[in-house]
Design a protein. Sequence first.
Length: 336
Amino acid sequence: MKVRLVSILVTIVLLVQLAPLAPLITAEAKPSEDGEIPIRVGAPVDVKYVGEPVVFPVYFSYGEAASGSIRIIDEEGSETPYQILEERFYEGTKYYSYAKILILTDVEKKLNRSYTLTYSRTPMKKPDYSGLCDLKVSETLTADKTRLLTVKNSYIKAVFGLNPPKGFQEFYSLESGLNESITSPLWSLTSPSVMVNGRWLGPMDMEDMRVEVTVNGSLMAEVSVSGYLPGFKVEETFRFYTNSRFFDFETTLTPVGDGEVDALSVFTAFYRKEFFEKILLSNGSSIAFSSIPGVKSFDPGNWSMLVGPYGNIYTTIQPETKLNRLSKQTYRTTTS
């Protein structure tokens, strides 16, 4: 299947093909024999990271790390909240053999942070960090019997349509004071789209769409959206973090069938024009929305920023080669 990947702006519709950015923050956990594992976190570029998610694997020998005994301590001796994303135990025991761990960290420009992971042979109650975190996941039923999934912290709120499934349909910047979604109710935020016979098809045309919560923790919640557009299976993963203004999302497109597809846009977003004034592009240029009569094409490069009186939306991309993930593209959206 031959597909043309496009970058185009249709009024306030953003269809972008983004280029690689700098690698994410890195972490290294080295084994130790005294019940402690040092963790070194480094910033690869001259950027200050705030509340940056860091994920690292840890492997344990038999019988040394009991269930619930893991703690993470920072340089000042304070306990750091963590979330186990994956865990494995030695068969028939409560001793970890492997854990995939998430922490959120602040790192100054090109500096390093040092943490210590401690554990013991004695089983303990897993620590509860919910009192330190503001991330909430809930379901609601509207008057017309529509089931909605809401993911919310102190800064942003995301609403997904569960039944009927509509994907990522509302996005709120809670700091702005604006009690309205900044995105169009007629489109799923960040959804890919394809052109068939000269017509663009998007989330409202997706078949067999499913929306589900795949991770629900104190530090991070993950929502997956999947379905089919002509020629492709679409899989999107959204990750929201506690006390954070940003969320990450990954989009994986798998070719299926033999249908003819004219063009493909990996990231398509509708924003309400009354909430934004212009878009800044990574090449140093900007586009005022008042100057767009209908259709305008542009290449945003490796980042773009929507600017408006109620706040800004900043979007970047990390390439697959840097992230070592299977997804085709990974994005970050931040409000300010």
